[in-house]
Design a protein around this ligand. Structure first.
Ligand code: URA
Length: 187
């Protein structure tokens, strides 16, 4: 697919997400399909939109997002070179996504990944890891490491909201992104 065809396919998926009745059940605000370049080498996956994201329809524009976008720069990438999204596309009323939200989110997420064909997918937190790899992971154990599957490198990191709850994790998250930087430089 050309870049323009990929963009068209992503726009179609975003529209499907906006119209999806299953996604919308028990959720608040706008759909947040994700944003970035259609042929990004690196995709960043979070959990679910927060309040500001649900108001704007844009991913990672709140406090965690500011941190993520600065870490992306520190890792040597521009945020216009990557694609940023979350496995769950709406803010749940109960905030933390239910297993059924994660399960359903896989449908839209895998469609997006099939179009983008990234080299590296950064799984930021346990919801992203579970959504993509269909298995539960303890991020405290696996962060900073990778798994290869079907030609894609999956990199585990803490979620950028983690240091907002536990300031000790700020350094761990920074280390994860330094590790990611060296991984990207090897590709
Ligand atoms: N946290 C997420 O996981 N995704 C967003 O888009 C914003 C905050």
């Amino acid at each position: 697919m050309t870049r323009a065809q990929k963009q068209k396919a992503l726009d179609r998926i975003a529209q499907e997400i906006r119209n999806c009745k299953i996604c919308k059940k028990d959720k608040i605000g706008k759909a947040v399909p994700g944003e970035g370049v259609p042929d990004a080498d690196v995709v960043f996956l979070g959990e679910a939109p927060g309040k500001l994201e649900a108001e704007t329809g844009r991913p990672f524009v709140g406090r965690a997002g500011k941190l993520l976008r600065s870490l992306i720069k520190e890792a040597g990438l521009k945020d216009e070179e990557v694609f940023i999204t979350s496995p769950v596309k709406y803010l749940p009323k109960y905030v933390t996504p239910k297993p059924s939200d994660i399960e359903h989110g896989r449908k839209h997420l895998f469609e997006q990944l099939a179009v983008i064909e990234p080299k590296i997918v950064v799984l930021m937190g346990s919801v992203a890891a579970q959504a993509v790899l269909h298995e539960k992971f303890a991020i405290a154990k696996v962060h900073g490491t990778t798994i290869q599957q079907n030609g894609i490198t999956y990199f585990f990191s803490y979620h950028p909201a983690a240091p907002l709850h536990n300031p000790n994790l700020r350094l761990e998250l920074k280390k994860d992104f330094m590790e990611l930087k060296s991984l990207i430089n090897q590709k």
